[in-house]
Design a protein around this ligand. Structure first.
Ligand code: G3H
Ligand code: ZN
Length: 283
């Protein structure tokens, strides 16, 4: 069945584990994630970015997720990742999303609060849950100076105000994680994370889950992170296996002969994350 974003995250927040958000890009992705979640008896969040929605078509996203939820024993959550506008949120609600992220982090604080609040007011009466973001979670391509890093990090007092005034169900504070493969070791601001947890008291979200060392993941979970987003790692796992097959076999033409192994590689990667995040056995 479809599950509740809020209930899943609150259980993780209370019991010291995180629910994985694994982004989907196509049918095989969805199958891999949902199969592993069932095998591990774990709640799971299917993340759909605006780019992926454009690529797949929102009708297919909704229909594939519905099929997955119908077949699944564990709760499946279909979540808009980094939603950029109120209109996009409304569209996702129409196509069966259970929760949304509104990412107003590139706006000044007041505008981010106003937009996020408007989204919460539209979503909550319909039972749709909302994630908001503050600070800047960039890509690894933006090489940050010390000052730029400082400027990108969440300010805990602003986080407190943001959460109070918007009524979001989950909050993504920028603590130095980045999207994509890290160059070198990630440098997470755990002190800020702890302050944000103390001041907001709601489940926190860690973006850029690819390539963060296991001990940092566990540390983040111990400080209130109850949702961790992973995308790039699965993309690499899928593509690396397919690249190997193509290098080895110049004759292959049946897509099932490489999409199948690609799907199996995603399953292995997702299983390792579900176990690391502690959500196995929690469905
Ligand atoms: O919102 C999506 C995530 O933050 C994914 O980050 O591609 O670095 O794993 P990642
Ligand atoms: Zn993200």
């Amino acid at each position: 069945p479809f599950g509740s974003f809020k209930a899943a995250l609150e259980d993780g927040f209370k019991n010291g584990y995180a629910v994985g958000q694994f982004n989907i890009n196509n049918l095989e992705w969805t199958q891999a994630i949902v199969e592993v979640a069932n095998e591990e008896n774990s709640p799971v969040i299917l993340g759909a970015s605006e780019g992926a929605i454009k690529y797949m078509g929102i009708e297919y996203v909704g229909a594939i997720a519905k099929a997955a939820a119908d077949m699944s024993k564990v709760p499946i959550i279909l979540h808009l990742d980094h939603g950029s506008s109120y209109d996009m949120i409304l569209k996702c609600i129409r196509y069966g999303f259970t929760s949304v992220m509104i990412d107003g982090s590139h706006y000044p604080l007041e505008e981010n609060i106003a937009l996020t609040k408007k989204v919460v007011e539209a979503c909550h009466p319909l039972g749709i849950h909302v994630e908001g973001e503050l600070g800047r979670i960039g890509g690894v391509e933006d090489d940050l100076t010390v000052d730029a890093r400082e400027a990108a990090l969440v300010r805990p007092e602003e986080a407190e105000r943001f959460v109070k005034e918007t009524g979001v169900d989950a909050f993504a504070p920028a603590i130095g994680s980045q999207h994509g493969h890290y160059k070198g070791k990630p440098n997470l601001a755990f002190d800020r994370l702890e302050k944000v947890r103390d001041l907001t008291g709601i489940p926190l979200v860690l973006h850029g889950g690819t390539g963060i060392p296991d001990e940092d993941i566990r540390h983040a979970i111990s400080l209130g992170v109850a949702k961790i987003n992973v995308n790039t790692e699965n993309q690499s796992a899928f593509t690396n296996v397919i690249r190997e097959i193509f290098d080895r076999d110049k004759e292959v033409y049946d897509p099932r002969k490489y999409l199948g192994p690609g799907r199996a590689a995603i399953k292995d990667a997702v299983r390792a994350k579900i176990r690391l995040f502690g959500s196995a056995g929690r469905a």
